[in-house]
Ligand binder design. Structure first.
Ligand code: PMP
Length: 439
């Protein structure tokens, strides 16, 4: 197992100053986190000198891996001129133009600092535009920490009780119970009764919030019939569609929605569009984006933020995105296919109880014989959780950092030999796993 001496020492200092010893809940600890010294292309090196192929990429953000030279150069040039101003800079226009140019649903943009904020303002925009308070969202999907976006799991004493499933519960202690009144849940890929549900909710909900391939829910592949049914029902009832592409924008030059036949009214973005610096964006049709402001009237909806559109994120994001040419996306697509195909053939070769989901540069391994199509199918039993923990540990021993509760991602500096390293580690794991199962 990789050495953890220096990480252990750092964690000992962190425990008294951070609740749980960490400053974000998503840090994977087994049993302690390892502290990063630096990143280098597709790899990162921790403070104990362990070098790991990074499949986390700061939760899919770093599409070019670490220390991408054009971003490093542009950000350091920019920093000589200052890092944030109350006035606008030219840099925000460049990134906005790029997004408007590439993403069909985006005519106008507002920048914020995180995906959470992007989703929050998209929901507020939909409410301001429609005059309705509620949202419809997919059970189990992750959309950041805005209370309404976060209330994602149903009251499910009886999983077959559809009325129960439709009611969200506040995600965490301290969320007002009333939040649930305005959050209505649907199940991914479930068209049964969808039209009737949206019909019944039409006067109460502003938007349908959907991640085209929800990652926390299992990196689930959307069925065309589901996308069609929800799109036509939403259109029919004047419910705006918000595509949350904070994570999945990395699926292609035009983002994820066009891949799956989704034509959203609003899109949220984040992660890759900041080139490794904090960012979020809300984009959409001009008619809707108008709620954020017109030249003459006071806006229907106030959206600000001290660091919003800070020039460092704007410049880094533009440079990173400009480097994401069609060729770069094709490269990632090919690597992703090679990896998912390879993982699947390893699984079928030994008939192992695993499956793989994902698309483009994203993948997720499930300890399930059938690839989940819905959140509840992706939920892990305690035993399956242990299997995934074992997989992540095995990968660490092979020099690979695999996020096990979230989507894993590839980066442009990766090559076929990195993919083969992952496949070899997985093959090795499967033979050990099979031997353990037999024992
Ligand atoms: N929406 C989706 C789909 C996400 O994956 C995430 C982050 N993983 C968020 C929103 C929240 O973004 P952030 O962490 O930047 O607040």
């Amino acid at each position: 197992s990789p050495a953890r001496t220096k990480s252990t020492r750092l964690f000992r200092r962190a425990v008294p100053v951070f609740p749980g010893g960490v400053t974000r809940a998503t840090v994977e600890k087994d049993p302690i986190p390892f502290y990063v010294a630096y990143g280098e292309g597709a790899y990162l090196v921790d403070v104990d000198g362990n070098r790991l192929l990074d499949l986390n990429n700061n939760f899919t953000t770093l599409i070019h891996g670490h220390g991408f030279e054009p971003v490093r150069q542009a950000a350091s040039d920019l920093m000589r001129t200052g890092t944030c101003f109350a006035n606008p800079t030219q840099h925000e226009i460049g990134l906005a133009e790029l997004l408007v140019d590439r993403i069909p649903a985006i005519e106008q943009v507002r920048f914020v600092n995180s995906g959470t904020e992007a989703v929050m303002f998209a929901i507020k925009a939909a409410r301001a535009f429609t005059g309705r308070p509620g949202i419809v969202r997919v059970e189990g999907a992750y959309h950041g920490a805005y209370d309404w976006a976060e209330a994602g799991q149903a009251v499910a004493s009886n999983p077959d009780d559809r009325a129960a499933i439709s009611r969200a519960i506040p995600a965490y202690h301290g969320t007002p119970a009333s939040v649930a009144d305005d959050v209505h849940l649907i199940r991914f890929n479930d068209v049964d009764g969808l039209e009737q549900r949206l019909h019944a909710l039409r006067d109460r909900v502003a938007c349908l919030l959907i991640d085209p391939m929800p990652s926390r829910a299992g990196l689930l592949h959307p069925n065309a019939t589901f996308i069609e049914a929800l799109s036509s029902a939403a259109r029919k009832h004047g419910i705006l569609i918000i595509a949350d592409e904070v994570l999945n924008l990395r699926q292609g030059y035009a983002g994820a929605s066009p891949r799956y036949g989704l034509t959203p009214d609003l899109v949220t973005a984040g992660k890759i569009i900041g080139g490794g610096f904090p960012i979020g964006a809300i984009g959409g049709r001009e008619e809707i984006m108008r709620v954020f402001g017109t030249q003459v009237n006071k806006p229907l909806l106030l959206q600000g933020g001290t660091f919003s559109a800070n020039p460092v994120s704007m410049v880094a994001g533009r440079v990173a995105m400009e480097a994401m040419t069609h060729d770069s996306f094709n490269h990632l697509e090919a690597l992703g296919e090679r990896l998912r195909d390879g993982l699947r053939s390893s699984i079928s070769r030994v008939d192992a109880p695993f499956s793989v989901t994902g698309a483009a540069s994203l993948f997720r391994i499930h300890p399930k014989t059938n690839a989940p199509t819905e959140f509840r199918e992706a939920l892990l039993s305690d035993a399956e959780g242990l299997v995934m923990r074992g997989l992540a540990r095995h990968f660490l021993q092979c020099g690979i950092l695999l996020p096990h509760g979230a989507a894993a991602s590839l980066s442009t500096p990766m090559t076929n030999s990195d993919i083969d390293l992952i496949l070899a580690a997985f093959d090795d794991f499967l033979s050990v796993h099979a031997a353990n199962e037999r024992a």
